[in-house]
Write a protein that binds this ligand. Sequence first.
Ligand code: ADP
Ligand code: MG
Length: 720
Amino acid sequence: MAPCSYLTAAPRRTQCTLAGLVDLSTPVTYVKGVGPQRAKHLEAKGLLTAADLLTYAPFRYEDRSNVKPVEQLAPGEMATVLATVRAAHLPRFRRRNLRMLEVVFTDPGGGRLIGKWFHAGHLEKVLEPGLRVALYGKVDFDPYAREMSMLHPEIEVLRGGEDEGDDALHTGRIVPVYEAAGKVNTRAFRMILKTLLDRLPELADALPAHLRRRLKLPDLTTALRELHFPSPGADLRALNAFRSTAQIRLIFEEFFWLETGMALRRGQARLEPGIAFNLTDRARQQVLRMLPFKPTPAQKRVVKEIAADMASPQPMNRMLQGDVGSGKTIVAAQAMVIAVEDGYQAALLAPTEILAAQHYANLRRIFEPLAYRVMPLYGSMTKKEKEFARRALSTGHAQIGVGTHALIEEGVEFFRLGLAIIDEQHRFGVLQRRALQQKGVSPDVLVMTATPIPRTLALTLYGDLDLSVIDELPPGRKPIRTFHRTKAELELVYSFVKREVDAGRQAYIVYPNIDESEALAVKAARKAHEELSRDVFPTLNVGLLHGKLKPAEKDAVMAGFLHNEVQILVATTVIEVGVDVPNATVMVIENAERFGLAQIHQLRGRVGRGGDQSYCILVTERLNDNGRERIRTLVDSTDGFHIANMDLKLRGPGEFLGTKQSGLPQFRIGNLLRDSDLLDLARREALSFVEHPPSAAELEDATRYIREHWQRRYGLALVG
Ligand code: ADP
Ligand code: MG
């Protein structure tokens, strides 16, 4: 029998019946202690089944095993005291902004303890005399008042009603603390889970037994019990670091199935028949004729990796990662030569028209010596132009297509597409990758990204891709110097810009999108453009570029900037990706506090593309501590990987990727930042499990398990 999923059970659908007691797929309403009222709150939090409850991990644990009467407390120790509220004092002293609430508690032994809270007006109403509570915190002794006290103790009201279990559940042990779900508080969770676990028979354990043994992981049932109610003597510090063996097992398992699915998906893709491109001498010569400069060692290495993939009969699925300006375009062009020289077509998909147009111009220039025909296809082209482009691609007249999503629309056909390249992969989803792929018969796929996605994220997002990394910049680049200035210093910034322009260089001044919307940014950019061209730089040509311009207007502005007819370009983030004007040496970023780190790094990459010293000036208005740290990271580092890691730490994975189409799997217990070591381990184990399974039957079980549960489990689309 396939192992039953404890994690993914959809309500009332799996086979697992547990001796009529409770079933993993039992809707929460039928779990003892829940009822319709609580069920509503739980469901709102996405907790639909008994299985969902079992994986609702406590976010913290408290050691309440040290329960003591006040009389026996020693100053400095952490302890739990069971006591009754006597009086909630009015604040004894009142300084401005400093309201301290003092509450007097007594315990059955006659001991007296003062609880102190700053800014806790709400507690005053809750803590009525006569109320029984558990206080947990560090014991203080005030020698002047001769009183025992606790500053900001954790407090839990002991109603002791049948509904929430008895005191023994909430004190006298290491207790789990849960995030409340609406009105279902931590005590209610404790009670519900206790009841649930008490009625839970041994569960089938899907995690391969040899792994469990080798990694010394507890079985599933034990792990779940220990997750919620750690045994006496359990290591509190490990628990709070999510490193108890029970937590490790559950986190590992979550990552393991994800990575096994990825490995299977990758293995499947390898089985599809692909194109085995001929690496002919002629192709090599053509590459040499085309190359405008000497490739860096890193570029040579990744071209080799790509060429090997292309020559093999399996379809290539490779990601090319390289910091801004590392020279990915020429690598892509070399791959295109291999395809074209073997009689195939190549396509390049870009996220914005500006970038696509630039790729088009670049590739046309690069391929001029080879006389390849490059065809652009954008949404904004006229019907007639599009028709022309479509015909050129479907007849094979053009060997190379470059475009935006217009390239993957229905009705666009290729004569013989052999290589599909996607630039700035993080802006596209898996589905678009698929759509482009389907324009050919198993073409090779290369996705490129300049967002140096931290390893942990890359593994979970693109675990089905092989990775090539360009880890050095072309020679002769001077590191960009980055400065932080406040809005009050803008005049100085502008006079610096003026000096650079007078020396023959060009500058960008960029305004952020506000609340994800470009509309307000456009407004700010328009206004700034007006003032800058009229008052600040009356003798210069100041251009304006934003997403609301018509394509022809955009082209005109970009052309003007490229030819140095426009010296200063005021823009929104539409210039973020790919714009390449080597004579631009200054990047001024207004309201830099509103940008993500990775985004600023991308913007900064628009300068420093020639041999001249370039500058990035981050102008901020108001900064909190987090903001200050983010700006400092950028001033101190130009290493895209370091910056991306910091960004991920400071903002979290969802924000880092942009929540909308990130395709990031949803984890229950695992946390990409905290658990990257376990993710690495899970990936290694998953790969070796798929490549050398202990038995065919086990691999089959695992495959079935994943097929049944992957999607609901991780919220990922299983394409193919
Ligand atoms: P990105 O990786 O950001 O797409 P590009 O491909 O746009 O980078 O390259 C950035 C700039 O560096 C371009 O102007 C390109 O012509 C130049 N370049 C790339 N590789 C080299 C090299 N090996 N030597 C000199 N210049 C290079
Ligand atoms: Mg690029």
